[in-house]
Design a protein around this ligand. Structure first.
Ligand SMILES: NC(=O)C1=CN([C@@H]2O[C@H](COP(=O)(O)OP(=O)(O)OC[C@H]3O[C@@H](n4cnc5c(N)ncnc54)[C@H](O)[C@@H]3O)[C@@H](O)[C@H]2O)C=CC1
Ligand SMILES: O=C(O)[C@H]1O[C@H](OP(=O)(O)OP(=O)(O)OC[C@H]2O[C@@H](n3ccc(=O)[nH]c3=O)[C@H](O)[C@@H]2O)[C@H](O)[C@@H](O)[C@@H]1O
Length: 432
C-alpha cells in the first residue's frame, strides 16, 4: 500500500518505518527541514533500540522517503496518518491546532478518496472535527479513522510489530477493509484488530494511559504506607501481582511517572471530564500523588544531612524519564535537580543517553560526567532512572569515589539488607 505519515517525530518515525518494513511504500512528511534533511541522508533522529536497522534497510530499498512537501507526500497515498503533537494547552486540554491545521491543509489538496487516520492522542470528538476541517474545502468522498497508538518508548519497535491489540475507530466499511489489510501482518492470533466507533477509540487511548498511571500512583501510595507501617512494598507488589486480575506490570513504585504522555494524557482526560460536567475524582488523586512522589526522596536526603543541603554535592544517576530512551520530557529527575539546586546543593549528573537533552534545559547550572566520575567528592548518590547499567555497578568504585557511602535510590534497584551489610546508608522507596 502507499501510505503517508504526517509528523515525523517519535510516533511518526516508528510508524513510518514499521509500515515500510512490511512492504508498504511510506512517505513521511514534516515541517522541520533540518529533521527531513537528516532523515533523508540516513541519519536517524531519535534513540530507539532496534529502529535504526529497519530505518536504514527501508530507506536504502526506497520504501521509506522523507519530504517537507505535504502535497507531494500525500498525493498517491491511500491512507494518511496524522502523527502530530497534541501538547497540553494552558488549561490542560489537548491542543488540537497542529492536527486541525494539517486537516484544513489536506482539504485544500485532496483530489480522491483517502483514509485520514488520527494516530495522535486526541480527545473524544476530534475525528468529527478533522472530518469537518477537511470537508470545508474538499467535497469528494473520504473517511476519518481513529487509530490510537499504544507503543512505549524504548520498546517501540516490538510494541508496533507485535501489538497486544490494534484499535480502529470507524463505522465506514471501506475504511475498515483498508485498515484491516494494512494491519494484517502485525496481528497475531488472539491479539486482534478491535473495530469500534471513533469516539470509543479516542476514549480508549486516554483510558489506557490513565489506568496505567493510576496503577503507578496507587503503588506509590502503598509505598508511602509501607514506610510508615514497616512493610516492604516489593513483597506487597509480588503478593498482589501474582493475582492475574491485578497483573504484574506497572506496579513498580518509584519517584513518579514522567514522559511526554502519562502526565499530559491524565490531565487532558480530567479536562475532558470537566467539560462533560463530570468530576473524575480518581484522576485528580492520580496527578496529586504523582506530583508529591517526584520529590519523595528529598525529605530523606535532608534528614540525613540534618536539615540542610547547602554546600552539599550530590551525584545523580539517571536523567531520562525512563531507561532506554534519551527523552527527558517531564522526567522526575528534573524535579529532583531543581529541588536540590533550590536547597543550595550542587549536582553532577550522568545518564547513558540523555545528557545532551538535559544540557539543553539546565546548561551549566549542573555538571556532567561519566558514571563513576560523577561520584568524585559527592556527599551522596541519588538514582532517578533504572538503567540496566546501574543495577549491578562496581560498588568498590562507588565507595572509593563518594565522600560518604550514602545512596538514595528512587527506583529500588538494590537489595536493602545487602547494601547495609556493605556499609552503605541506603534509602529507597517503600522498603524498610
Ligand atoms: N511519544 C510516544 O511514546 C507516544 C506518543 N503518542 C502521541 O502521538 C502524538 C505525536 O507524539 P510524538 O511523536 O511524541 O511527537 P513529537 O513532538 O516527537 O513529533 C511531532 C512531529 O510533528 C512535526 N510537525 C509539527 N507540525 C507539523 C505540520 N504542520 N506538518 C508536518 N509535521 C509537523 C514536528 O516537527 C515533529 O517532528 C501525540 O499526540 C502523542 O501524545 C502516542 C503514543 C506514544
Ligand atoms: O501514549 C503514549 O505515549 C505511551 O505512554 C506510555 O509509554 P511511555 O511514556 O513510553 O513509558 P512507560 O513505560 O509507560 O513509562 C511511563 C512512566 O511511568 C513510570 N513507571 C512505569 C511503570 C511502573 O511500574 N512504574 C513507573 O513509575 C516510568 O518510569 C515512566 O516515567 C504507555 O505505556 C504507552 O502504552 C503509550 O503508548
Amino acid at each position: 500500500m502507499r501510505i503517508a505519515v504526517i509528523g515525523t517525530g517519535y510516533v511518526g518515525l516508528v510508524t513510518g518505518t514499521c509500515f515500510a518494513e512490511t512492504g508498504n511504500y511510506v512517505t513521511c512528511v514534516d515541517i522541520d527541514t533540518q529533521k527531513v534533511n537528516k532523515l533523508s541522508a540516513g541519519e536517524i533522529t531519535i534513540f530507539e533500540p532496534g529502529l535504526e536497522k529497519l530505518f536504514e534497510r527501508n530507506l536504502k530499498d526506497g520504501r521509506l522517503t522523507f519530504t517537507t512537501d505535504i502535497e507531494a507526500g500525500v498525493h498517491d497515498a491511500e491512507i494518511i496518518f496524522l502523527a502530530l503533537p497534541t501538547p497540553p494547552g494552558e488549561d490542560g486540554s489537548a491542543d488540537l491546532s497542529y492536527v486541525l491545521g494539517v486537516a484544513d491543509h489536506l482539504g485544500r489538496i485532496m483530489k480522491e478518496y483517502k483514509v485520514i487516520v488520527d494516530k495522535s492522542t486526541v480527545p473524544v470528538g476530534t475525528a468529527a472535527k478533522v472530518h469537518a476541517a477537511i470537508a470545508k474545502n474538499y467535497k469528494g468522498e473520504f473517511d476519518v479513522v481513529s487509530n490510537p497508538e499504544f507503543l512505549r518508548e524504548g520498546v517501540a519497535v516490538d510494541d508496533f510489530m507485535k501489538p497486544d491489540r490494534v484499535v480502529v475507530g470507524t463505522n465506514s466499511e471501506r475504511a475498515q477493509k483498508l485498515m484491516s489489510d494494512l494491519f494484517a501482518p502485525y496481528v497475531r492470533q488472539g491479539n486482534p484488530v478491535i473495530f469500534m466507533d471513533e469516539k470509543s477509540a479516542e476514549l480508549t487511548k486516554y483510558a489506557a494511559n490513565s489506568f496505567l498511571a493510576m496503577k503507578i500512583s496507587f503503588m506509590n501510595e502503598i509505598a508511602q504506607l509501607c514506610e510508615r507501617l514497616g512493610a516492604d512494598v516489593d513483597m506487597v507488589r509480588k503478593g498482589i501481582g501474582t493475582d492475574e486480575r491485578i497483573g504484574k506490570r506497572f506496579l513498580f513504585p518509584g519517584i513518579g511517572y514522567g514522559g511526554s504522555c502519562f502526565p499530559k494524557d491524565v490531565k487532558a482526560l480530567a479536562k475532558s471530564a470537566e467539560e462533560a460536567e463530570y468530576e473524575f475524582k480518581i484522576l485528580k488523586a492520580v496527578m496529586e500523588v504523582n506530583e508529591t512522589q517526584k520529590l519523595h526522596l528529598l525529605p530523606k536526603i535532608k534528614r540525613y544531612f540534618q536539615g540542610s543541603l547547602k554546600g552539599k554535592h550530590i551525584a545523580l544517576w539517571g536523567l531520562a524519564f525512563k531507561p532506554n530512551t534519551d527523552d527527558v520530557r517531564e522526567a522526575p529527575a528534573f524535579d529532583m535537580i531543581r529541588a536540590l539546586l533550590d536547597e543550595g546543593a550542587t549536582v553532577s549528573a550522568f545518564d547513558p543517553e540523555a545528557i545532551a537533552n538535559t544540557q539543553r534545559q539546565f546548561g551549566d547550572s549542573i555538571t556532567y560526567a561519566n558514571q563513576y566520575q560523577t561520584l568524585e567528592n559527592a556527599d551522596a548518590l541519588v538514582i532517578a532512572t533504572e538503567w540496566n547499567e546501574f543495577r549491578t555497578p562496581d560498588f568498590e568504585k562507588i565507595s572509593a569515589a563518594l565522600k560518604n557511602k550514602v545512596i538514595f535510590d528512587g527506583r529500588n534497584l538494590f537489595d536493602a539488607v545487602t547494601m547495609r551489610e556493605m556499609g552503605y546508608h541506603y534509602e529507597s522507596v517503600g522498603r524498610p
